[in-house]
Design a protein around this ligand. Structure first.
Ligand code: URA
Length: 428
């Protein structure tokens, strides 16, 4: 410890290890000192594990969030229209941002969406969009503000200076088994969203096998923690708890999810993707104070026009053909009957192993890798007909993907009742 530091990391770790509350001063100091490199990675790892095991109460979590916001710059992503953002806690086939951002912009709001990359079995919005030839994720703050004013929607990478404490801590949590902690997840997500400066935020908190939080009770607790932080910071905020035990839509991967999103923007696409896009759009527009029904805007092609302008503004060619895989492997239905199970986690891991995702944050992803689900639970299937279509540029990856799919689907004579897509809404 430098002689000028007001406290010691060991005392802060010990307090949480012994199930104490951290004081505001301890939280402010430890987050700041970690960002400055005074608190070492091994000390922050120990503290993250103590928080993982012993938790933080709502006041500690709010203070931790504020300290992470203050570790970097805050953007005032304002425009002439009300700004409203959406954040998903991550799922399999979750391409909703792609149709949603241009749809909500076409309805009159401004949508600044600073998005992430995939890690593990859940995909990343930026990886998906980068399969569009020419599209670039990195924009300056001036470019973001200009695009919000001219197009109304921007989906891009967070600027370098946004919540640097979270960037460091998230990378550390990823390698220390401390990701799945409600106060750490809630403060991580909300620090970035608060620093971004939108007026309103809708959270899509996933629940089920393909989500961080697998049970409804845990997802509800995470949603409540997120909403509480937002309310304390004066944000207009809601959380929808949505189903993630089955992949969303039929496409899982990068280019394949862009293609499916374009289908939705052109008035088609799978029912569940359309339903969730409209549910989130309604909530975002309501928080933005706009009484517009998004359904006709989606059906009319106006949202598709905004999509084309949004992609072109970031150097992408919305009409360019998307990358095609070098190799396609078909998984047939094992018997006649009804598909009763298609496990989001198994399909997500398989797509990841085919090259759609990355194991380490510096790994590249394959634009063309992914899976097309030819059937969803409740659909009738016939023995030998295509069930899952695996796309990859590296055929050696297929056996590992097939291992991930072992037990991930089931066909039987019984009909499967679909789970509701939106379980509940928590409003701030
Ligand atoms: N997404 C984040 O941004 N942070 C987490 O901790 C988990 C998911």
């Amino acid at each position: 410890m430098s002689t000028r530091e007001p406290m010691s990391a060991v005392d802060v770790i010990r307090a949480k290890r012994d199930r104490g509350r951290l004081s505001d001063e301890q939280i402010d100091w430890v987050v700041d000192a970690y960002t400055r490199g005074v608190v070492a990675d091994e000390q922050m790892s120990a503290l993250a594990m103590a928080i993982f095991l012993n938790g933080m109460d709502a006041a500690e979590t709010a203070r931790w969030t504020a300290a992470m916001v203050d570790s970097g710059e805050t953007l005032a992503l304002k425009s002439g229209r009300p700004t409203v953002d959406k954040h998903s806690t991550g799922g399999v086939g979750d391409k909703i941002t792609l149709p949603l951002a241009p749809l909500v912009a076409a309805c009159g709001a401004a949508v600044p969406q600073l998005s992430g990359r995939g890690l593990g079995h859940t995909g990343g919005t930026l990886d998906k969009l980068e399969s569009i030839p020419g599209w670039r994720a990195r924009l300056s703050t001036e470019e973001i503000v200009h695009q919000l004013d001219t197009v109304g929607a921007v989906v891009c990478a967070p600027t370098e200076g946004l919540a640097p404490a979270d960037r460091k801590l998230y990378a550390l949590r990823d390698v220390t088994a401390t990701v799945e902690s409600i106060p750490l997840i809630a403060s991580s997500i909300m620090s970035k969203k608060i620093a971004e400066g939108a007026d309103a935020l809708v959270l899509d908190v996933k629940t089920g096998s393909g989500a961080f939080m697998r049970t409804l009770a845990d997802s509800r607790a995470l949603a409540s923690a997120l909403v509480e932080i937002g309310v304390q910071r004066g944000l207009r905020i809601s959380a929808l708890i949505t189903e993630m035990s089955v992949p969303l839509g039929r496409a899982v991967g990068n280019a394949v999810e862009v293609a499916e999103s374009v289908e939705v923007l052109r008035g088609g696409g799978p029912e569940d993707v359309v339903e969730l896009t409209l549910a989130l759009a309604r909530e975002m527009l309501s928080l933005a104070g706009l009484s517009v029904d998004p359904a006709p805007v989606l059906a009319s092609g106006q949202a598709y026009e905004t999509w084309c302008r949004m992609i072109a503004a970031q150097g992408g060619d919305p009409d360019a053909p998307l990358p095609k895989p070098a190799h396609v492997h078909m998984v047939p239905a094992p018997e006649d009957g009804t598909l009763t199970r298609l496990d989001a986690y198994g399909v997500g891991v398989a797509a990841w192993r085919l090259g759609a995702g990355r194991a380490r944050k510096e790994d590249p992803v394959q634009a063309a890798a992914g899976i097309i689900c030819h059937a969803k639970p409740g659909d009738t299937v016939r023995a030998g007909e295509p069930l899952l279509e695996l796309h990859t540029d590296t055929p050696d990856a297929v056996p590992a993907a097939l291992d991930a799919l072992d037990g991930a689907f089931a066909v039987s004579g019984a009909a499967a009742g679909p789970a509701p897509l939106v379980h509940e809404t928590i409003r701030g």
